[in-house]
Write a protein of this length. Structure first.
Length: 184
């Protein structure tokens, strides 16, 4: 289809599988190289007991990649009906069952969400959503210092109160890192 682009799953049981994203869908999916590096970083942290949250899910590429690599469960949260449609289509095509999709305001959900082992945090750039999201995660008592937080941003070296950076890198204008909540 000319009015669609394809996203490819990098590794795991769905490796090389592609799913379509309508060109009219105004999203910035995580780049293949960034996803590959991220999942190399996560390595042993992904297993059959891992519960993930794909916040600001958009195309769902981060959650789909984690499900392909054998995590127990992934929750996708996005406010966009279009995003939810794309994720539902991809999970149906891949016959994935261990997921949940919520059409909710992500920052509000981050304030009350249950425990997750990994949180993928990739909000739209330039809208102040990243700082609000980090604040919500830091305040949430269900999220411990063991939870790994993936952060994707357009600002290099961005510093947030309440978290500790574990790893960071960049590709073009995309800056990404792994973090955890600071010990109290």
């Amino acid at each position: 289809m000319k009015n669609c682009s394809n996203l490819r799953i990098i590794g795991g049981k769905f490796r090389s599988r592609q799913f379509r994203i309508p060109m009219s869908f105004k999203i910035r999916p995580t780049l293949n190289q960034v996803r590959e590096n991220l999942f190399n970083w996560l390595g042993r942290d992904l297993d059959h007991n891992t519960r993930c949250l794909d916040a600001f899910a958009g195309s769902g590429s981060l959650g789909l990649e984690s499900l392909s690599r054998g995590v127990a469960f992934c929750t996708f949260v996005d406010l966009s009906h279009q995003a939810i449609s794309v994720i539902l289509k991809a999970t149906s095509d891949l016959r994935i069952k261990n997921f949940h999709i919520m059409k909710k305001d992500v920052v509000r959900y981050l304030n009350v969400m249950p425990h997750y082992d990994i949180i993928f945090l990739d909000p739209p750039f330039g809208l102040g959503m990243l700082e609000k999201s980090i604040k919500a995660i830091v305040k949430n008592k269900n999220i411990t210092q063991k939870t790994i937080i993936y952060i994707e941003s357009d600002v290099e070296g961005e510093v947030f109160n309440g978290i500790v950076l574990l790893k960071q890198s960049s590709l073009g204008r995309v800056h990404y890192s792994l973090a955890r909540k600071k010990s109290i």
